[in-house]
Write a protein that binds this ligand. Structure first.
Ligand code: ADP
Ligand code: MG
Length: 255
């Protein structure tokens, strides 16, 4: 079997809080993502999904466990090695407007990650326009500022930015949750198409189990820092075994 793009073993995050008991946000989580595979990570608010995403992308340090990305142990990397992780993993966040620097145009935002990797200015600018077009925007959008476009357009630009370094893994943390339902469906379609066309490994995090249907190959269900159920997405949705998964499905129906 080929080596997975991401391998997470026994990952734990304990937050220490002054004057309060520690919070174990993630408690012994383990999973793999293969190249070309889309994995959904679902769970209610506070179940630890974002903490998992932030550890994988090393925005925060794990308390214990191991993260192997593209065959490299990145659990404790820092400095230049941490910055070099940008070519292996990219992230799409919930709030696209605040994920861009308000002083820079969307085109500059997309080009910046390529500039950081040594691509010359003119080429980065051209590539940025191409990527924006691939994400369903016109090249003229490159000259707009984040606050001048809609939330959906800004999220398309954020996806273009995540694609710029050609990383094999993209982590989407509630990438559609801040958008209204119609736009949400358009962004899910775009992500799905990009994931398939590019053969990306993707971790698609959301609190809505129904949203992963027809999009993710596998799903991991998280409750209170632990994975309580996992399997082929269509099977988990059709025959949920854990009571928490059933609860998530019921609440999605009611929502
Ligand atoms: N920086 C932090 N300090 C203390 N507790 C935190 C911090 N970040 C997250 N938590 C706690 O960890 C738990 C999981 O949070 P999070 O990963 O954001 O959940 P989710 O993304 O599933 O909503 C929550 O109880 C949250 O309050
Ligand atoms: Mg979250």
């Amino acid at each position: 079997m080929t080596e997975p793009v991401l391998e997470v073993t026994d990952l734990t995050k304990r937050f220490e809080r002054k004057g309060h008991a520690d919070v174990v946000a993630v408690d012994g989580v383990g999973f793999c993502i293969q190249a070309g595979e889309c994995v959904g990570l679902v769970g209610g608010s506070g179940s630890g999904k974002s903490t998992v995403a932030q550890m994988i992308t090393r925005l925060i340090d794990p308390t214990s466990g191991r993260i192997v990305l593209c065959g490299r142990d990145v659990t404790h990397v820092h400095g230049a090695q941490l910055r070099a992780m940008a070519k292996d993993v990219q992230m799409v966040f919930q709030n696209p407007v605040s994920s861009f620097d308000p002083r820079h145009t969307l085109g500059e935002g997309v080009a910046e990650s390529m500039r950081n990797m040594g691509v010359c200015k003119a080429e980065a600018r051209n590539r940025a326009c191409e990527l924006l077009e691939q994400c369903g925007l016109t090249a003229s959008m490159a000259g707009r500022y984040p606050h001048e476009v809609s939330g959906g357009q800004c999220q398309r630009a954020a996806i273009a930015r995540a694609l710029a370094p050609d990383a094999p893994l993209v982590v989407c943390d509630e990438a559609t949750s801040a958008l209204d339902v119609t736009v949400q469906a358009q962004i899910v379609r775009l992500l799905s198409q990009i994931q398939r066309d590019r053969g990306l490994a993707m971790l698609f995090i959301c609190h809505d189990l129904a949203l992963v249907q027809g999009f993710c190959d596998r799903v991991l269900v998280m409750q209170e820092g632990r994975i309580v159920e996992e399997g082929v997405a269509s099977e988990v949705l059709a025959h949920p075994r854990h009571p928490y998964t059933r609860q998530l499905l019921d609440s999605a129906v009611l929502a």
